[in-house]
Design a protein around this ligand. Structure first.
Ligand code: NAD
Length: 248
């Protein structure tokens, strides 16, 4: 088992929490050749690749007009191209061996659309589409594909990527009764989803219900999202005007 991250310490911490046999390595998922080399290394060591988790992600939160093109490109490179690189490296090997499972981490933001995380929503919708389409080719040939779509999970990303007065933790928790889902619990849910070869994993249950509702009434959901974003913007404007940006 190999855990990779652009942040070597994060990779080491994840590996240490998993198993004494787990290895850690620094890997930038925007580097296609490096992703391929990491997959080739596993296959050279153990002769096969059972699971591939394409999980790296970044977020920019704030009014879209404040985003630079460099920020747009960075989020597309990590959240979308990173998954593409992982699939391009792992899928042919899994087809050759006749088994394997690819798990792509998208988000509830890949199934719904609210502003102020517009670039994130765009990349996560793309990951959902990529995963569901790939699955229709892959499953008949012995390879599973699951896309993981959680609402807020208690991880450091909730406090990253703020542009302007945006406070990610506030934004992401507003719709969740103020609580983020537990990351270990999501990991267990994901393993069960792999066993069952589920197409989409949506957690927690309230997010699953929201997703079903959104499919029934997309126009109403868009109106509610508009109201939600307006509320967030006015809170942020107040925070910026008082000189005390809101914090989690
Ligand atoms: N935490 C949430 O609320 C939540 C909800 C839905 C989806 N997600 C998704 O879950 C995934 C994991 O995020 P997390 O919540 O653990 O946040 P996190 O910030 O703790 O982890 C993301 C990791 O990606 C790594 N990374 C960033 N750029 C990279 C690159 N170029 N190459 C390799 N690694 C890179 C970071 O170093 C970091 O360790 C992401 O795709 C995120 O979008 C998170």
């Amino acid at each position: 088992m190999v855990c990779t991250d652009i942040d070597e310490h994060a990779a080491e911490a994840t590996a240490a929490g998993l198993s004494a046999r787990a290895r850690a390595a620094r890997l930038d998922v925007t580097d296609a050749a490096a992703v391929q080399a990491a997959v080739d290394d596993v296959v050279a060591r153990v002769g096969r690749l059972d699971l591939m988790f394409n999980n790296a992600g970044i977020v920019w939160g704030g009014d879209t007009e404040r985003l630079t093109l460099d920020q747009w490109n960075a989020i597309i490179d990590v959240n979308l191209r990173g998954v593409v690189h992982g699939v391009a490296a792992a899928y042919p090997q899994m087809l050759r061996q006749g088994h394997g499972h690819i798990v792509n981490t998208a988000s509830m933001a890949g199934l719904s659309a609210a502003g102020q995380i517009t670039s994130y929503v765009a990349t996560k919708h793309a990951v959902v589409g990529l995963s569901l389409a790939l699955r229709t080719e892959a499953v008949p040939r012995g390879v599973g594909v699951t896309v993981v779509c959680p609402a807020a999970v208690e991880t450091p990303i909730l406090d990253k990527g703020a542009v302007g007065g945006f406070v990610g933790r506030d934004y992401f928790l507003q719709n969740q009764g103020g609580r983020a889902y537990d990351a270990d619990r999501l990991a267990r849910d994901t393993l069960r989803a792999i066993e069952r070869n589920k197409a989409i994993l949506v957690k927690p249950a309230v997010a699953h219900a929201q997703w079903l509702f959104a499919r029934l009434t997309p126009t109403l959901m868009n109106r509610l999202a508009m109201r939600f974003v307006a509320g967030q913007r006015s809170r942020q404007t107040l925070g910026e005007a008082s000189g005390h940006p809101r914090s989690g």
